[in-house]
Design a protein around this ligand. Structure first.
Ligand code: BG6
Length: 459
């Protein structure tokens, strides 16, 4: 039986950056699609009035979102309530309880620093706001290592069951990520070759052509590995490499994800290169002698029957030449040189471009017209679309409202994710400088060079 929809959305951190830039825009879109019907209640300690928070929401949607839709915004504003108060003060939660009225299945969205998760969930419990049908969405970062993630999980589980906890990773809400899973298992011809016998290596590049954009203090305490590799890109590895899930029960996707993660070898310090762009130390909020990486490249191995010996290269960073995320699944060369031009670089691959467009391409070497048996690589583009109008946040919060956890990170997946990177987080290896606008430090090519070389995303 499908879960019942949440009938109120409570936004902790309602005057914060995430709410301002993303969440109110998402809320407007959810009202527009009829997914969200009940009231939204904002909670924060800002000293602002209800009207000021509504004005700020309007400003955020105008500046960072998709523009105010007056009719829909009015629906939101008419029902919106705001509770101003300290999260450590029981009175805040009593006021929230009153604001919730007779809502039976509230969804609490914690867009607040993780150190406050425990205070808030206990405050909710003590005030009687948490019944069995309540749901709680928590923002990343979910811990900063395996121990802190476990501690955070224990804290949440003091008052919540796992089926009530929705750990958001917006990469799971991307159309492109779901395309990977779909393409693999909706076609019979791919699976027989999707293994060590045919695949030489996999490359994942997540490049951003901008720096830390005023988030220096957050970024300096986090670094590239924790910011995007341990979570977003490892989730992508999961979809690329898992065994076929039994779909009618969507929980089986997360079972396959954790099974795969358990077979991923803990990454060793020989399999990481860290870089920092020149100029990073001058960013506001960054420690003057910071060793935090703004670029990382890692090599990952999966110790299972399907993937044994196939390296997965992942690189991500700020201030790289382009903004694009791409996965390239590279096939082996043919076993024998039949035609002389076969010494050319390896051209058989499947390419998933996640951004700035969504593309799936399959590349083959084909013969050039003429007498000679020489060829050229030709890519068949099987998907070429603009990103969906529905943003990942919209998709995921919509799922949470409907009680669907399939695209949220389960506790065991999060803990395995941290185990995989436990030896390489922090200042495990030296950080090399690189010039903004380049593909990271030279050391990447000395230490972590895929056979056939790194490929820049095709944008
Ligand atoms: C966030 C990171 O989780 O993901 C940011 O904190 C990063 O540093 C962002 O820029 C990238 O998301 P997307 O969807 O633009 O690839």
């Amino acid at each position: 039986m499908p879960a019942e929809k949440s009938d109120a959305l409570v936004l902790f951190g309602a005057t914060g950056d995430l709410a301002h830039k993303k969440l109110f825009d998402t809320i407007q879109a959810l009202y527009r699609r009829g997914v969200l019907e009940g009231p939204v209640i904002g909670v924060a300690k800002s000293g602002m009035t209800r009207e000021q928070v509504i004005d700020r929401a309007r400003e955020g949607i105008t500046t960072f979102g998709r523009g105010v839709d007056e009719g829909v915004f009015k629906k939101f504003a008419d029902q919106f309530q705001y509770v101003d108060g300290d999260y450590a003060d029981p009175a805040t939660f009593q006021n929230l309880k009153k604001a919730l009225g007779d809502a039976k299945r509230p969804l609490f969205y914690l867009a607040i620093p993780p150190v406050l998760f425990g205070t808030v969930t206990k405050g909710l419990k003590a005030a009687g706001c948490l019944n069995d049908d309540a749901r709680v969405v928590v923002e990343k970062p979910f811990g900063h290592d395996a121990a802190s993630a476990k501690a955070l999980n224990r804290t949440l589980h003091e008052v919540l069951e796992e089926h009530q906890v929705f750990r958001i990773d917006h990469y799971l809400g991307k159309e492109a990520t779901q395309n990977v899973l779909y393409t693999r298992f909706a076609n019979a011809f791919l699976e027989p070759v999707w293994n060590r016998n045919y695949i030489s290596n996999i490359q994942i590049t997540m490049a951003e052509s901008f720096g830390v954009q005023g988030r220096g203090a957050f970024y300096d305490a986090t670094g590239c590995l924790r910011d995007v590799i341990e979570n977003h890109l490892m989730q992508v590895v999961g979809f690329l490499c898992m065994e076929p899930p039994y779909w009618p029960d969507k929980e089986r996707v997360r079972d396959e994800q954790v099974k795969l993660f358990k077979s991923i070898r803990t990454i060793s310090t020989n399999d990481i290169v860290r870089g920092q762009f020149e100029g990073y130390l001058q960013e506001p909020g960054v420690a003057p002698n910071s060793q935090t990486e703004t670029f990382a490249a890692v090599r990952v191995f999966i110790d299972n029957w399907r993937w044994q010996g196939v390296p997965i290269y992942i690189r991500a960073g700020k201030n790289l030449p382009v903004s694009a995320t791409e996965v390239r699944v590279q096939f082996h060369r043919p076993p024998q040189v039949v035609f002389p031009d076969e010494q050319a670089p390896m051209h058989n691959y499947v390419r998933f471009l996640f951004s700035p467009r969504i593309e799936i391409g399959i590349c083959m070497q084909v013969k050039i017209d003429g007498e000679r048996m020489v060829g050229e690589p030709m890519e068949l583009k099987v998907v070429d679309q603009q990103p969906d109008e529905m943003t990942p946040y919209e998709r995921l919060i919509g799922d949470a409202i409907q009680g669907d956890q399939a695209l949220f990170a389960r506790q065991d997946v999060v803990e395995e994710g941290w185990r995989i990177v436990e030896k390489i987080i922090g200042n495990s290896v030296p950080v090399h400088p690189y010039k903004p606008g380049t593909w990271g430090p030279d050391a990447v090519n000395d230490v972590l060079l895929p056979s056939g070389g790194w490929h820049a995303p095709q944008v």
